[in-house]
Write a protein that binds this ligand. Sequence first.
Ligand SMILES: [Ca+2]
Ligand SMILES: [Ca+2]
Length: 70
Amino acid sequence: MYPIVNDLADKSDKNKGIDNLLKEAEKVNSNLDTDSDGLLDRVEIVLGISQNISDTDNDGYSDYYKWYEN
Ligand SMILES: [Ca+2]
Ligand SMILES: [Ca+2]
């Protein structure tokens, strides 16, 4: 298993569908961080954000910052 995914799942109980999304993410056979924002592609899929854009909503804060610091 991938600890970073489990960490996010523990933190994201606000997302009721996280278990199903994690199963979807398991299908992504990659540990790449395509956009180099600190979140693995498979984690970004689980969170519903872009694995190709480091600041998905373009608000000046990286995806990593929003999910780990807020
Ligand atoms: Ca990323
Ligand atoms: Ca991203």
